[in-house]
Design a protein around this ligand. Sequence first.
Ligand code: PLP
Ligand code: COI
Length: 355
Amino acid sequence: MQDIRIELTQNPTHLPEDESTLGFGKRFSDHMFVMDYTVEKGWFDPRIVPYAPISLYPSTMCFHYGQTTFEGLKAYRTEKNEILLFRPQQNFKRLNISDDRLCIPKLDEEFCLEALKKLIQIDEKFVPHSKGTSLYIRPFIIATEPQLGANSSTQYKFIIITSPSGVYYSSGLNPVKIYVEDNYVRAVRGGMGMAKTGGNYAVSLKSQVNAHNNDYSQVLWLDGVERKYIEEVGAMNIFFVIGDEVVTPEINGSILDGITRKSMVELLKKEGKKVSERRISIQEVEDAYENGELKEVFGTGTAAVISPVGVLKYKDKVMTINDNKIGEISKHLYDTLTGIQRGEIEDKFGWTVKV
Ligand code: PLP
Ligand code: COI
């Protein structure tokens, strides 16, 4: 493994005393991990340096053609003052899958995890303490060749920044209101929907702004061809409890293979619940609502954790789910997931990794 060069900051900062003021992704720890790529050298000069602006030419390719990928994961402080990561190997594996789709050279996943641990050890004081807080970690790659041809870049930068954060939705565990988009689409099979790349978030902004203006917090996407089948929400995967079945759309190439989603499917299966990863139409959801069979709806994601959905709007129909209260299964999953992440519940799955 390559040695990581370390340059510590001369201007150390601190977490605020009142961690409830953190917000999400607004403050950053003192250091970042950086590594560069050229065709000749491969990935080289891994370093941990002070968090600071980076200098790029205006012609740099990432500004023009969207050749970028990213990941999102969290580090949690336990009551015993240990720091745990949740399934970080899965994030670096998925980063390489996104990279493959966008012609970005592969990273050594094991090395990335070692680099991340080192970065967190150096910035350990930025891992917040209070419940609901964590150190949000954002690894990302940008194409850095300074030229305007619309090709795959020959130069890249891989950076990891970390952000002491509170909850993603200010409503916390109170159910969110979601608007089903029936006009715009997010992705199609064969496109980039399965990759974590900026374009998938840019494409969602117009609908997101629309939803916000109508007092909805997120958009639920339908498939890009028929606009009939459920895909996912802007920043989370989606689950429906219909009768005694927990259903989530199958991984089909156009949605993100969420790590929280995967973990919750494993957990529910282990507990003997009926869980299906299958195609589900918005019509089926409406029918289940009419029949009184739609018990719960919730989203899963690193930032969103488990987010109950209280209101789902499709065209003119507004469906209020479980009286706009968090349901039994959503609450159980939230408690179990956050319990494992914070080291309060035994991790029988081997999901957590000590820093
Ligand atoms: N879907 C999208 C579009 C996302 O941005 C995220 C967040 O990362 C998820 C799903 C959930 O994925 P994960 O559970 O791996 O965070
Ligand atoms: C995450 O959950 O890590 C994400 O990447 C979602 C992001 C849009 C905040």
